[in-house]
Design a binder for this molecule. Structure first.
Ligand code: PLP
Length: 384
């Protein structure tokens, strides 16, 4: 590539990529191999064993680093494996400060696995960055942020929190799964670590489970590579290829996800059966201004609550949808609908769930890139 840095829409296609050195293949080949021939012991072409490194995974890791404006990328077997690696930077007695409406799987990993190893997790509302400082003490080593949050679509001011993190010498990690680097690049806003469930928008086709970390700092990267190799939850070559292929259309998919998301949010706001719509693009969203300043657009994730609905009513509603598929997950080309209380957030106790607003009547949509008329007609019939 030339000297001038590429724009985002070019980076998703070319970032960190070179034609393969063997035959000039334009797309990184799937190096489905565990090991590599050596001419004499220790003399090899840069790869020894595929847990440590694999050329297809390297191609993905380079692309990840490039699109998030980082220096180092790491690809894992799942988003949770990536989070697991970050928490393994810590020692017993260390504290983690996290958002209170966290992805259910992250919450479960923190509470049910890592608390047993003496790491302490505190969950606080972070929509008002001024609230956070009083929860930081000498044991706090990491702040874990999701924005937009799942499923409340709360927006957290990454730059304000990164200033605090630097002041107290605490690492800041941002789960950027919902936004993707198309909408926001947390490293540019002062975060130390960006994490992805690449299963979602980066892969984009609901055909793979992969996780990612991206950092700028060399020492931090070294420690994470050590953990990745030592613990071994790496992304395989086929899965690396699929995410790499997904990333090449991230910008065009995201553009359509945002367009469709906006149209559906506006449709729901006007619908007589809707009580509340959670979408950061709406002007009455409590942190709309922060969303506007740190995001390029507002994405395709929407949650809503219907008037007077019970747990069963909400389930019946998602069952009536026909174009939207009732399923866990998000970020694929196809539209999905879910019921957080019984699905993604079932592992969080009801009391905890409701404290952060995840009521039984809530429905969450991952708006896909189908024709908007079909999506709105489907919601219309399911609500009617
Ligand atoms: C899905 C998801 C994860 C977990 O990723 P997996 O790839 O399923 O392990 C973490 N954070 C968010 C926001 C997610 O949506």
């Amino acid at each position: 590539m030339g000297k001038k840095p590429l724009k985002f829409n070019s980076k998703v296609i070319h970032g960190g990529q070179q034609p393969d050195c063997a035959y000039g293949a334009v797309m990184a080949p799937i190096y489905q191999t565990s090991t590599y021939a050596q001419s004499t012991p220790g003399n090899h072409k840069g790869y020894e064993y595929s847990r440590t490194a694999n050329p297809t995974r390297t191609a993905l890791e380079n692309a990840l680093a490039c699109i998030e404006n980082g220096n180092y990328g790491l690809a894992f077997a799942s988003g949770l494996a990536a989070i697991d690696a970050v928490i393994k930077l810590l020692q017993p007695g260390d504290e983690v400060l996290s958002t209170n409406d966290l992805y259910g799987g992250s919450y479960r990993l923190f509470k049910q696995i890592f608390e047993r190893y003496g790491i302490i997790f505190k969950f606080v509302g972070m929509q008002n960055a001024g609230n956070i400082a009083r929860h930081i003490n000498s044991k706090t080593k990491l702040i874990w942020v999701e924005t937009p949050t799942n499923p409340m679509m709360n927006i957290i001011d990454i730059m304000a929190i990164s200033k605090l993190a630097k002041q107290y010498n605490v690492l800041l990690a941002v789960d950027n799964t919902f936004a993707t680097p198309y909408l926001q690049t947390p490293l540019d806003l002062g975060a130390d670590i960006v994490m992805h469930s690449a299963t979602k928008y980066l892969g984009g086709h609901s055909d793979v489970v992969v996780g990612a970390l991206i950092v700028r700092n060399k020492e931090l990267a070294k420690r994470l590579y050590f953990i990745q190799n030592a613990s071994g939850a790496i992304c395989g070559p086929m899965d690396s290829f699929l995410v790499l292929r997904g990333i090449k259309t991230l910008h065009v998919r995201m553009q359509r996800h945002c367009e469709n998301g906006r149209a559906i949010a506006l449709f729901l706001v006007k619908h007589p059966k809707i009580e509340k719509v959670y979408y950061p693009g709406l002007e009455d969203h409590p942190n709309h201004d922060i969303a506007k300043s740190q995001m390029k657009d507002y994405g395709g994730m929407i949650s809503f609550v219907t008037k007077g609905s019970s747990y069963e009513d909400a389930i019946a509603l998602v069952e009536r949808l026909q174009v939207f598929t009732l399923a866990e997950s998000l970020g694929g080309v196809e539209s999905l609908a879910g019921h957080p209380a019984s699905m993604t957030h079932a592992s969080i106790p009801k009391e905890e769930r409701e404290k952060s607003g995840v009521v039984d009547a809530m429905v969450r949509l991952s708006v896909g890139i189908e024709d908007i008329d079909d999506l709105i007609a489907d919601l219309e019939q399911a609500l009617g």
